[in-house]
Design a binder for this molecule. Structure first.
Ligand SMILES: Nc1ncnc2c1ncn2[C@@H]1O[C@H](COP(=O)(O)OP(=O)(O)OP(=O)(O)O)[C@@H](O)[C@H]1O
Ligand SMILES: [Mg+2]
Length: 235
């Protein structure tokens, strides 16, 4: 039984159909990656899951419950955390305040403190910068803060939308390292990446999205060897 399943999802922005029947499965404990060109529908797929985009047809099943079109605050509470494209941290708030915002529904100072310590284990730098304004952090630090904020809800499934975007190769390495660590701690990961090679290298499985449809799927290692993928995404 997959932890998350999309069945024939169709999502529109007004009259524009962004998803044309997306079906995919994520098993508990997996890293699954979505790859595809600009505008293919990757971000819309994550937004459809977290409730940021309205699904017109199809259904989304999470832990055997239908969560189709549940609003973002509900999906977050259920254990699905979404780190959106472009990070979207609160630039005027400090690192600490950003993390606390991430735990908006968590009651009890002790729990919040515990969660923060867990975040600092992954991102020691955030601890050193607790009182720095989010907007003055470097790109890599902001990405770490965005992931840290998502971890404050103690998610079961972490959805990451292009976490390596615009970052220097060494920082990208660190981000991928953290994703592997989080996964080894039991967090299921749904990852969108423009860096298809790196994403497929760490993913158990991958799906290729083209024009709002899944055109190919398979094991990460098999997809890396696939000629079509090599030509389109690994060139
Ligand atoms: N808010 C919006 N209003 C109208 N159309 C949108 C909106 N957001 C996305 N779209 C359209 O939906 C389609 C899918 O977009 P989406 O953002 O999911 O692509 P993507 O695969 O994440 O691309 P990228 O790699 O550039 O981030 C595109 O044609 C895009 O123009
Ligand atoms: Mg996108």
């Amino acid at each position: 039984m997959p932890i998350l399943e999309l069945k024939n999802i169709e999502t529109y922005y007004g009259a524009i159909q962004a998803l044309r029947g997306i079906s995919l499965e994520v098993e508990q404990g997996e890293i699954v990656t979505l790859i595809g060109s600009n505008g293919a529908g990757k971000s819309t797929t994550l937004k459809s899951i977290s409730g940021l985009a309205k699904v017109k047809k199809g259904s989304i099943i999470y832990k055997e419950k239908d969560i189709t079109n549940k609003p973002p605050h509900e999906t977050t509470l259920l254990g699905l955390s979404h780190v959106p494209e472009g990070r979207r941290i609160f630039s005027q708030l400090t690192v600490k305040e950003n993390l606390i915002m991430g735990a908006y529904s968590v009651k009890g100072k002790d729990v919040i403190q515990e969660r923060m310590e867990m975040v600092f284990n992954y991102f020691p730098k955030l601890k050193e910068r607790l009182n720095q304004k989010g907007g003055t952090m470097s790109g890599g630090e902001q990405q770490m803060l965005a992931i840290g904020r998502a971890l404050m809800m103690n998610p079961e499934v972490l959805m990451l939308d292009e976490p390596s975007m615009g970052l220097a190769p060494i920082i990208v390495e660190q981000i991928f390292e953290i994703i592997l660590q989080l996964n080894s701690m039991g967090i299921t990961v749904l990852l969108i990446e423009q860096n298809a090679y790196q994403a497929l290298s760490i993913a158990h499985r991958g799906y290729v999205i083209q024009n709002g449809e899944i055109v190919l799927s398979g094991k990460g290692t098999d997809l890396i060897e696939n000629e079509q993928i090599k030509e389109a995404y690994l060139a």
